[in-house]
Design a protein around this ligand. Structure first.
Ligand code: NI
Length: 176
């Protein structure tokens, strides 16, 4: 079921989400199905459970080859529960981000270039990956939602924050 995505200003987006205690349950599967439906409907790259008002440590993400974004790096479809991120080194990289909870805007955000991440899929099977670049950026953005952090809170240079259609005229840039 497509759910309403909360927008910046809703206090639920600022909460710290709770650890998932039980895997493979009907409730967890239903949540993830709703998250998938909602992300697909909005053509997003990722979604965190608190964005649909469920304060649990669940994120989904995935980016595929799309002729509209020939330079976008692919990211596998992933359900990541109770994630733990460990940056590799101190190096940060700046890049443009958007968010389904901040529609119509984009900003440049510094993120760790490289990291390990750990967590579980919806059945409780462990996930462990080492990633860089755009994949690392997507994971950091989504996991920030679980701490109540929205990307504008990480923007350092507000001369590179604005409306998508003004920043990128004539381009069809997705929101998240
Ligand atoms: Ni977001």
């Amino acid at each position: 079921m497509i759910r309403e995505v909360l927008r910046m200003g809703d206090p639920r987006l600022l909460q710290v989400s709770q650890t998932v205690e039980a895997f493979g349950t009907p409730a967890l599967h239903a949540l993830i199905e709703d998250m998938r439906d909602t992300m697909a409907h909005l053509d997003g790259a990722g979604l965190a459970a608190p964005q649909i008002g469920v304060l649990l440590r669940v994120v989904i993400f995935g980016v595929h080859a799309n002729p509209r974004y020939p330079d976008a790096e692919e990211v596998p479809d992933t359900v990541l529960i109770n994630p733990v991120l460990e940056p590799i080194g101190e190096e940060m990289e700046e890049g443009w981000e958007g968010c389904l909870s901040v529609p119509g805007l984009r900003g440049v955000v510094p993120r760790y270039l490289s990291l390990h991440y750990f967590g579980f899929d919806e059945r409780g099977a462990p996930i462990e990956r080492t990633v860089q670049g755009f994949h690392a950026r997507v994971v950091q953005h989504e996991c920030d939602h679980l701490e109540g952090i929205l990307y504008p809170m990480r923007v350092r240079d507000f001369s590179r924050f604005g409306f998508t259609d003004v920043l990128f005229p004539g381009q069809n840039v997705q929101d998240d």
